[in-house]
Design a protein around this ligand. Structure first.
Ligand code: AMP
Length: 284
């Protein structure tokens, strides 16, 4: 397994791969502190492509000054061991100084889809994500890139960006990987103390309950949203919304694929989760 740390060296490696017309490069971008959710993306990148790259980069431009950039876990050696076990060819781990050199001034803004949900409470966030993912794509030059449904709005932002900027990269979204009790895996779960870990469970429980109602025919967003809110009375709710899965705009009925998304703020961490529902794909 090669560890590459500069955009130039990464690009040189990818360009050499791309000289072979049959080789497909799969890519799983991460911020490290790898868990099974990340490793599912990495595994798919390895198995569905000829060569696979995983990146580890805690991206400063997606954190606001009051957020957890400094505390964000960085178990780099453990992460490398996990990626080696998955047989990725390359780990791309640039430094912040290499990614954002003196005088850095260029940002990618994806309008509309970035505005609501997490974009409303973290207005800097998707500009940072779209910018860093563009830069990672420019260095890694993947044919396919893998993202997790856990960050549904991030997936929608990246898909919009790839289409709008003619990037020609296939975006693959994989299901949310959960702890046995339902909590969505997240590097930030490490921040939770015992009391908050217990309280955090209401998020997935409430979303699963609403998902059952959707499957049973409930189509009224107000009903679905209030069911979720009612089950999360012990925590601070950031948002609960029913949105179109592609545009992330609120819907007033369930006619196509929708995402029921929620964020809660606990004293030790802010957590997000969502469920997707497609009435067209429903089995009878
Ligand atoms: P992060 O390191 O949090 O930036 O996440 C890197 C990638 O892993 C993103 O595409 C996330 O959506 C994905 N991811 C994070 N947690 C999970 C999870 N529990 N299940 C599936 N994918 C996940």
């Amino acid at each position: 397994m090669k560890i590459i740390t500069t955009p130039e060296a990464m690009r040189a490696w990818s360009e050499a791969q791309r000289r072979h017309p049959d080789i497909r490069i799969g890519f799983a971008p991460t911020m490290g502190a790898l868990h099974e959710g990340h490793l599912c993306l990495v595994r798919a990148a390895v198995h569905e492509n000829d060569v696979a790259v995983a990146s580890i980069f805690v991206n400063p431009t997606q954190f606001a000054p009051n957020e957890d950039f400094d505390e964000y876990p960085r178990p780099f050696d453990d992460d490398l061991a996990k990626l080696e076990a998955e047989k990725v060819e390359v780990v791309y781990a640039p430094t912040a100084a290499d990614m954002y050199s003196e005088g850095y001034a260029t940002y990618v803004t994806v309008e509309g889809v970035s505005n609501g949900l997490c974009g409303a409470s973290r207005p800097h966030f998707f500009r940072g994500v779209a910018t860093v993912v563009s830069k990672l794509f420019n260095a890694v030059k993947p044919h396919r890139a893998y993202f997790g449904q856990k960050d549904a709005q991030q997936c929608a932002v990246i898909e919009r960006m790839v289409r709008d900027l003619d990037m020609g990269i296939e975006i693959v979204t994989l299901p949310t990987v959960r702890e046995p009790d339902g909590l969505a895996m997240s590097s930030r779960n490490k921040y939770l103390n015992a009391e908050d870990r217990e309280k955090a469970l209401c998020l997935s429980k409430a979303l699963f309950h609403a998902e059952t109602l959707l499957r049973n025919g409930e189509r009224n967003p107000d009903v679905l949203i209030s069911v979720v809110r009612d089950m999360m009375q012990d925590v601070t709710i950031d948002y609960v919304e029913l949105v179109d899965s592609a545009t992330m705009a609120p819907v007033d009925t369930v006619a196509g694929p929708v995402t029921l998304a929620a964020a809660i703020v606990l004293p030790t961490a802010r957590l997000i989760d969502n469920v997707r529902f497609d009435p067209g794909a429903q089995q009878t």
